[in-house]
Design a protein around this ligand. Structure first.
Ligand SMILES: C[C@H](O)[C@H](O)CC(=O)C(=O)O
Ligand SMILES: [Mg+2]
Length: 394
C-alpha cells in the first residue's frame, strides 16, 4: 500500500549542544584538556573548540509528506550539510514514497560518491535517512524499533561517558568511559597522569565496575600499546579509538599488542558497510562503534550490524541518542548502549541531545525500558523554543 509521498524537504542549522554535542559552553568537561590529534600543537591542546571541533553545528532534516505528516532527524553537519541536503539530495526525495528507503539511500550514496563516501556527505545522507525512518514510523503509527524487527530484550542498559565514572556508578550505569586527557606530545609525564587518573577512578568505583578510556584518535601505536599495558592491572576494559580512523593497519597491530582480555574498540568516525568491512576483515576491533548520524543512518547500520554479527562482533553505537536506543533494543549483538553525559560536570543525567529535542528518554538507574520507545517514529519532537536557520531553501 503506497504511503503519502514526500512533498517538502527542509534542512536547518542550529547551534548550542544537541546533535553537535561538542558545541558546549565554557568549562564543560568535554572541552577540558581532552587528548586529540591536534594536541601536538600546544596552542590547540587545552580546548577542542580552539581548533574548531564545533564549527559545523547541528543539521536538522525535515521531510513533510503530502498529508502534512512531518518526519525529522538531527545530526552534525551544519550549513555545508544543509546545502547538500537541499541542493543535491532533495531530488531523490520529493514525490517519493518514504518506504523506498533502500532505493533512496542507494541514489543518495552513488550520486554523491564522487565527492562523498565518508564524513560530511555521509552525515547529510544519515540525517535524511533518519528523517525518512521517522516519517515512515509516523505515517505507519509505529515506533522505529518495531519496524526494525522488535525488541529482543525488555530494557536498554547503559555505560556513561564523561569525566565522573564514580558518579556514573552511583547513578546506576554499568560502566564509565573517561576521556583520555594527555597524548604523546605530553610525554611520559602525561602518560603517568593518564594512568594515575584511572587508578584514582578505580579506587573510587571498586573492582567490578567497567572503566574505559576514549582516546579520540589522538595516539600512535607505541603510545597506545604502552598505555594499554600500563592500564591493564587497573582493569581497563577497553581502549577506544586510539589511532587515526584511517590507520586500519595500526588498529590490527594494536589488537595484537594489548594485554589479553583488554578490548580494542573503534568506528565512530568510520562510515558505510565498506568502511566497516575493512575494520572487520583487518581484525581491527572487538567492538564496532558506528555513530548512527554519521555512518549512513539506520538503513546502512542494518548492513554494518549484519556483517559484524556474522563475525561474532558487537556493535555498540557511539552516542546517537534515540537513534541508538531504537536500534540497540532490536539487536542481540548490541547488548548495551552508550550514554554521553552532557551535564557540564558529568554529575547528572540530562538528555544527550539537549536542548534540541522534546521527549528524549534518559536512563533511570542506568536503564531505559523498551516501552519508553513506544511512540511513532523515533518518538521525539523538535523543541519549538529553539530557533532554526534555513540557509539554502531548495
Ligand atoms: C569523550 C570523547 O572525547 C568524545 O567527545 C565523545 C566520544 O568519542 C564518545 O562518546 O565515544
Ligand atoms: Mg569515542
Amino acid at each position: 500500500m503506497a504511503l503519502s509521498k514526500i512533498k517538502y524537504v527542509r534542512a536547518f542549522t542550529v547551534r548550542g549542544g544537541g546533535a553537535d554535542y561538542h558545541d558546549q559552553g565554557d568549562g564543560h568537561w568535554i572541552d577540558d584538556h581532552v587528548a586529540t590529534p591536534m594536541a601536538r600543537y600546544p596552542d590547540y591542546r587545552q580546548s577542542r573548540q580552539s581548533f574548531g571541533i564545533n564549527v559545523l553545528g547541528t543539521l536538522v532534516v525535515e521531510l513533510e509528506a503530502e498529508d502534512g505528516t512531518v518526519g525529522f532527524a538531527v545530526t552534525t553537519g551544519g550549513e555545508p550539510a544543509a546545502y547538500i541536503v537541499e541542493k543535491h539530495l532533495s531530488r531523490f526525495l520529493i514525490g517519493r514514497d518514504p518506504a523506498e528507503y533502500e532505493k533512496i539511500w542507494d541514489q543518495m550514496y552513488f550520486s554523491t560518491q564522487y565527492y562523498g563516501r565518508k564524513g560530511l556527505v555521509i552525515n547529510a545522507i544519515s540525517g535524511v535517512d533518519l528523517a525518512l525512518w521517522d516519517l515512515l514510523g509516523k505515517l505507519r503509527d509505529e515506533p522505529v524499533y518495531h519496524m526494525l524487527g522488535g525488541a529482543v530484550r525488555d530494557e536498554l542498559q547503559f555505560y556513561a561517558t564523561g569525566a565522573r565514572p564514580d558518579v556514573a556508578k552511583e547513578l546506576g550505569f554499568i560502566g564509565g568511559k573517561l576521556p583520555l586527557r594527555h597524548g604523546p606530545a605530553e610525554g611520559l609525564e602525561g602518560l603517568h597522569k593518564n594512568v594515575a587518573l584511572l587508578a584514582d577512578m578505580r579506587a573510587k568505583v571498586g573492582d567490578d565496575f567497567w572503566l574505559m578510556y576514549d582516546c579520540w584518535m589522538s595516539l600512535n601505536l607505541d603510545y597506545a600499546t604502552r598505555l594499554a599495558i600500563a592500564c591493564h592491572d587497573l582493569g581497563l576494559k577497553w581502549i577506544e579509538e586510539a589511532l587515526s580512523p584511517d590507520d586500519y593497519w595500526g588498529y590490527a597491530d594494536l589488537r595484537r599488542n594489548v594485554p589479553r582480555g583488554m578490548l580494542v574498540t573503534t568506528g565512530e568516525h568510520e562510515a558505510t558497510r565498506w568502511g566497516f568491512r575493512m575494520l572487520l576483515e583487518m581484525e581491527c576491533a572487538d567492538i564496532l562503534q558506528p555513530d548512527i548520524g554519521w555512518c549512513g543512518g539506520v538503513t546502512e547500520l542494518l548492513k554494518i550490524s549484519a556483517l559484524a554479527d556474522a563475525r561474532g562482533k558487537l556493535v555498540v553505537p557511539h552516542g546517537s541518542s534515540v537513534y541508538s536506543y531504537h536500534f540497540v533494543i532490536t539487536r542481540h549483538n548490541s547488548p548495551f548502549a552508550e550514554f554521553l553525559m552532557m551535564h557540564p560536570e558529568a554529575t547528572d543525567v540530562v538528555p544527550m541531545f539537549a536542548p534540541q529535542l522534546l521527549g528524549e528518554p534518559v536512563p533511570e538507574n542506568g536503564r531505559i525500558r523498551a516501552s519508553a520507545l513506544d511512540k511513532p517514529g523515533f518518538g521525539v519532537e523538535r523543541n519549538p523554543d529553539i530557533t532554526l536557520h534555513r540557509p539554502y531553501p531548495n
